[in-house]
Design a protein around this ligand. Structure first.
Ligand code: B12
Ligand code: SF4
Length: 516
């Protein structure tokens, strides 16, 4: 069979990184089948486009995976594929919770021929074989003989052939600049952010999060050796292409087992497998100085921290009381001392939030080392304890919010402000953290660091701005560049000066006469 694995875009922002599930399922496909991957973020496609592609390429089976916020698009694409007579299997966190919706058993239209519940590492080969025989079942669940849910072990873990996979659609370097950038230093002809997992599961059970329910609270890890080998493979590919690679360790909480994480990082260092990496780690685990030292020594550059709120009452409400706002500053300082910076994620519209929450948060953010603050709204995702609580309390204003996805829009009413006020808080957060003045301040606060760090924070801020503000068109980029022209000009000037200095130092000193 020829199988297409497709991940839809959300139609608003563009993901900078491909999705791991596609590569994983490709590697787990039994021999004898060809698998092609399309990520809608990198290769935008509409309904007519996918139908045409499926017919032209003679695709026999389409697998679609999606988060809740992309599910409406995923269903539309699935409908288009099924309309031309090709079966569709859907998987991922949304349809795991809403299988009846995908299968049309809740009174709505049917979108998928089959649904894979939960982790599909073990069920995917079965799905492929059934599809090849034309005997797809409605539901595939990872169950043992006694009907108990089976969580796949990550030992062994499939080898994803990063050295040969076609990664053309995931190069972040514009085609026009590729040839020229290949010549700079070790080469920047390609730049890819690649997802790598070292473990699955998180036992913390925050109320809004699907992870504890989906992956279970039993945490599973790959062997250090298999992670190190994967990094070495990625490094070798980047070298061969005269390009760069960065890794996103997509584990929900990369340091959930401190001993294991430290041992992995030590092994990465010992094997010379360091690449620039980013990972998600909760603030409570970053109290450990040795961990922070190892993060830095092994290539860690950015840590994503789900701070959520600076209000302990809010944190308690969503079962995240282990976050201690009073220690956020110390954690970020500790990271910054090792030149590791943080993506700090905040949620507005929590039950104890009142008008002014964004400014109160920013007041604190401004006192921290520069980073990448991001702001969202409390969103009741299906299957979460939060969804159930709000449903029981009759507080859901759009109980099926995913069927009509609206970016940055609440689906329930917060207790101490209106929905519009919550939206205004998010807008305030993004506008004030990503305006020209805030970006200039972040860059200037790194004046005592090498130029590379200042350039890094500038580029990162400009890219992250696009999560909220539409930045997909050329005009939008020009506007942003113009708003930040002084900072850009200043850094360019410093770059030329540094280059000139290094050139002058490299020139041989003039000959001096004997006897001097
Ligand atoms: C990496 C990641 C991201 C990355 C981007 C995604 C990427 N390019 O990889 C970033 C940081 C950008 C991101 C952003 C967001 N994310 Co995110 N993210 C993750 C994370 C941590 C890892 C995803 C992953 O690769 N997992 C490992 C793979 C192996 O698991 P998997 O994807 O579930 O796939 C398995 C099964 O689901 C199944 N499967 C999946 N697809 C398919 C398809 C078929 C056909 C089959 C058969 C099986 C199958 O098989 C796979 C192997 O077992 C997950 C949490 C998690 N641990 O999964 C959250 C998660 C997916 N994100 C989530 C959310 C909410 C978001 C945001 C909306 C957050 C926000 N408020 O802004 C944004 C939205 C981004 C957007 N584009 O619109 C939620 C989604 C829940 C839901 N019901 O939708 C998750 C589950 C975390 C959570 N807190 O609950 N995210
Ligand atoms: S710590 Fe993060 S991954 Fe774990 S349950 Fe909470 S939000 Fe989810």
């Amino acid at each position: 069979m020829k199988i297409l694995l497709y991940n839809p875009d959300n139609g608003v922002t563009r993901n900078f990184m491909p999705h791991l599930w596609m590569f994983l399922l490709q590697s787990l496909t039994p021999p004898g089948h060809e698998v092609v991957l399309i990520d809608g973020n990198a290769q935008p496609m509409d309904e007519a486009g996918i139908a045409r592609y499926v017919l032209e390429q003679k695709i026999d089976l389409v697998g679609i995976g999606a988060m809740t916020r992309m599910i409406a698009k995923a269903y539309r694409m699935a409908d288009a594929v099924r309309a031309v007579g090709v079966p569709v299997v859907m998987g991922g966190p949304h349809v795991t919770e809403m299988a009846d919706e995908a299968l049309g058993r809740d009174g709505g239209p049917r979108h998928a021929d089959a649904v894979a519940l939960g982790e599909a590492d073990d069920t995917w080969p079965r799905i492929v074989e059934d599809a090849a025989r034309g005997e797809l079942k409605d539901i595939y669940a990872p169950l043992d003989a006694a009907g108990k849910e089976l969580k796949p072990s990550l030992k062994p873990y499939p080898v994803i052939p990063w050295d040969t996979i076609d990664l053309h659609q995931f190069n972040l370097v514009p085609k026009s600049a590729k040839h020229w950038l290949q010549k700079i230093g070790e080469g920047w002809g390609t730049f890819r952010i690649v997802p790598v997992e070292s473990g699955r599961g998180c036992p913390y059970g925050c109320e809004f999060c699907t992870v504890t329910g989906f992956f279970g609270d039993s945490i599973r890890f790959r062997t250090n050796e298999s992670v190190v080998n994967e990094l070495l493979l990625l490094k070798a590919r980047a070298r061969k292409e005269r390009g760069q690679i960065a890794v996103f360790f997509i584990d929900d909480n990369f340091a959930i087992n401190l001993k294991r994480t430290k041992s992995l990082l030590r092994d990465i260092i010992a094997a010379g497998a360091q690449v620039n990496w980013v990972a998600q780690i909760s603030a409570n685990l970053l109290r450990d100085q040795e961990l922070v030292d190892l993060i830095s020594a092994s290539g860690g550059k950015w840590v994503f921290i789900g701070m959520e709120s600076i209000d302990p009452a809010n944190l308690k409400d969503v079962n995240k009381g282990f976050n201690k706002p009073e220690e956020y500053a110390a954690v970020l300082e500790r990271l910054a001392q090792r030149n590791v910076y943080a993506i700090t994620s905040f949620i507005f519209g929590m039950d104890n939030d009142t008008v002014g929450a964004a400014e109160r948060t920013l007041e604190q953010v401004r006192t921290w080392p520069p980073g990448l603050p991001i702001f969202g709204l409390l969103t009741p995702l299906p299957g979460t304890p939060l969804y159930k609580r709000l449903d029981v309390a009759g507080r859901l204003t759009r109980p099926k919010h995913w069927q009509e996805f609206i970016p940055f829009a609440m689906a329930h009413t917060p207790l101490k402000m209106t929905i519009d006020e919550a939206h205004a808080e998010v807008n305030y957060g993004w506008s004030h953290a990503y305006g020209g003045e805030a970006i200039a301040q972040a860059v200037d606060s790194l004046d005592d660091q090498p130029l590379g760090y200042r350039v890094n924070i500038l580029i990162a801020r400009l890219c992250f701005r696009g999560i909220y503000f539409p930045m997909l068109g050329r005009f939008a980029w020009w506007k942003v560049i113009s708003e930040n022209r002084q900072t850009i000009f200043k850094l360019a000037k410093q770059g030329v000066e540094a280059w000139w200095d290094s050139r002058s130092r490299a020139e041989p000193a003039p000959a001096t006469s004997a006897g001097d």
